[in-house]
Ligand binder design. Structure first.
Ligand SMILES: O=C(O)CCC(=O)C(=O)O
Ligand SMILES: [Fe+2]
Length: 252
């Protein structure tokens, strides 16, 4: 009998989900968004999804469609670039300043203070609950993390069965980190390498509320969503499937 069976779900017997660095420059902070913040973001996504310039199916240049539905804020993403006009020909919705504030906090908490900087914790992570990334030298060692000025967000909705193939986020003209917030159903997120679409890769579970930041040496890593786990969302969200918000600095 496993501990999980013994305690009958009294607590989460899955391996400890603490802060991790699945690759240099990539930082996962599980449960970073508390339930109230998750509720607020799901409600905001519902607003952003409304037409005009709302959630739409993405057609690929090859003729297929993505299984994920999308809405962009700040600039409209299409494969493969950004425009000011959304899929329906109307102006893209503005980038909400609150998302910028949230994403700046995410980057600061993911990478920690600059090592050796005034008041820094020397990168040990001791005391402040914020750890600098090993070997990178804290936030100062990550391109575009100090003075991070995100101006674009892409909201993806994954209905049951949707996934996203391995790709690099390289339509931006900046190498600043990408901030990824997950809501609703858990997914299996594949974090690969920067060179090829093939192994080595690491499969991570991203749960609703999790923060993943990928910057520095991980900024141009191939990544994708292998599958979602239907029915794993917090029922209080009233959300079917999974939402993911990536916040980016376009450099445009
Ligand atoms: O849904 C995710 O976790 C990843 C989304 C993504 O890679 C993207 O929007 O470029
Ligand atoms: Fe991506």
């Amino acid at each position: 009998m496993t501990q999980g069976e013994l305690f009958g779900g009294l607590f989460d017997a899955s391996p400890e989900r603490g802060r991790s660095e699945p690759a240099p420059g990539a930082v996962l902070l599980p449960g970073w968004l508390d339930p109230a913040a998750q509720l607020r973001l799901v409600a905001a996504c519902r607003d952003w999804a409304r037409p005009p310039a709302g959630m739409h199916t993405v057609r690929m240049p090859t003729g297929g469609t993505m299984s994920v539905r999308m809405v962009s804020l700040g600039r409209h993403w299409y494969p493969y670039g950004y425009s000011d006009t959304a899929e329906d020909g109307t102006p893209v919705k503005p980038f909400p300043p609150e998302l910028g504030t949230l994403a700046r906090r995410a980057v600061a908490e993911a990478y920690g203070p600059a090592v050796g900087g005034a008041g820094g914790n020397g990168g040990t992570g001791a005391g402040g609950g914020i750890g600098a990334v090993e070997g990178i030298g804290g936030i100062g060692g990550i391109a575009g993390a100090v003075g991070y000025e995100p101006d674009v967000a892409i909201v993806n909705h994954y209905p049951h069965g949707a996934r996203m193939g391995l790709h690099q986020d390289r339509d931006e003209r900046a190498d600043a980190p990408v901030v990824s917030l997950s809501l609703g159903d858990t997914c299996v997120f594949r974090l690969g390498n920067t060179e090829t679409r093939t192994k080595p890769w690491t499969d991570l579970e991203l749960h609703g509320g999790d923060l993943l930041v990928f910057g520095g040496p991980a900024r141009f890593a191939y990544h994708g969503v292998v599958r979602t786990l239907p029915g794993t969302a917090d029922p209080a969200l009233g959300l079917t499937g999974r939402l993911n918000i990536t916040v980016r600095q376009s450099g445009l």
